[in-house]
Design a protein around this ligand. Structure first.
Ligand SMILES: *[C@@H]1O[C@H](CO)[C@@H](O)[C@H](O)[C@H]1NC(C)=O
Ligand SMILES: *[C@@H]1O[C@H](CO)[C@@H](O)[C@H](O)[C@H]1NC(C)=O
Length: 149
């Protein structure tokens, strides 16, 4: 039941937005009514579609801004909603694949640039360039995630 709920949440939050070619920075999240503006800060939404930019709230040390109801959460559990795009399209350490968005990857086949052969993570998983499994359900301290939708 818990994993079903998790999958549903992920699907609700990311699923439909995947269709839109925009990042999830500055977007009001229905799951917690905030808009993450970078990995560690957010605006309130107060039930509206657009964030209230008059105040910036920081996450406590060690936590990142997520789509969880708790807003700020351990990075080791959940990827941030908004953040680094540096790793996007970069082949991982052993040149096997690159994450091209939060949920897509492209094969590198031993080269340093990704090919056009690409795939999509199963529902509830996101691409982690630090993982041999390509797509994971949980981030780790070492996760390399491409924060693009
Ligand atoms: C996030 O944005 C806040 C407010 O602009 C800024 O103070 C903070 O340094 C930023 N954090 C990162 C990791 O960029
Ligand atoms: C992903 O693969 C499809 C064909 O399966 C191709 O049309 C598309 O250009 C590829 N995307 C990227 C980013 O390489």
């Amino acid at each position: 039941m818990k994993s079903v709920l998790f999958a549903l949440t992920v699907l609700t939050v990311f699923g439909w937005r995947l269709q839109l070619a925009s990042g999830s920075c500055g977007l009001c999240q229905s799951s917690n009514d905030v808009a993450c503006i970078n990995q560690t800060a957010y605006h309130m939404c107060f039930g509206k579609e657009t964030p209230d930019q008059s105040q910036i709230f920081p996450c406590p040390d060690g936590l990142v801004c997520t789509d969880k109801p708790q807003v700020c959460f351990q990075r080791s559990e959940t990827p941030a909603s908004c953040g680094d795009t540096d790793s996007c399209g970069r082949c991982n350490a052993n040149n096997v694949f690159a994450c091209t968005s939060r949920t897509t990857f492209a094969f590198c086949f031993g080269a340093t640039t990704p090919t056009t052969v690409n795939g999509t993570c199963p529902a509830g998983r996101f691409c982690d360039a630090s993982s041999a499994n390509f797509c994971v359900a949980k981030a780790t301290e070492d996760s390399i995630i491409c924060h693009l939708d």
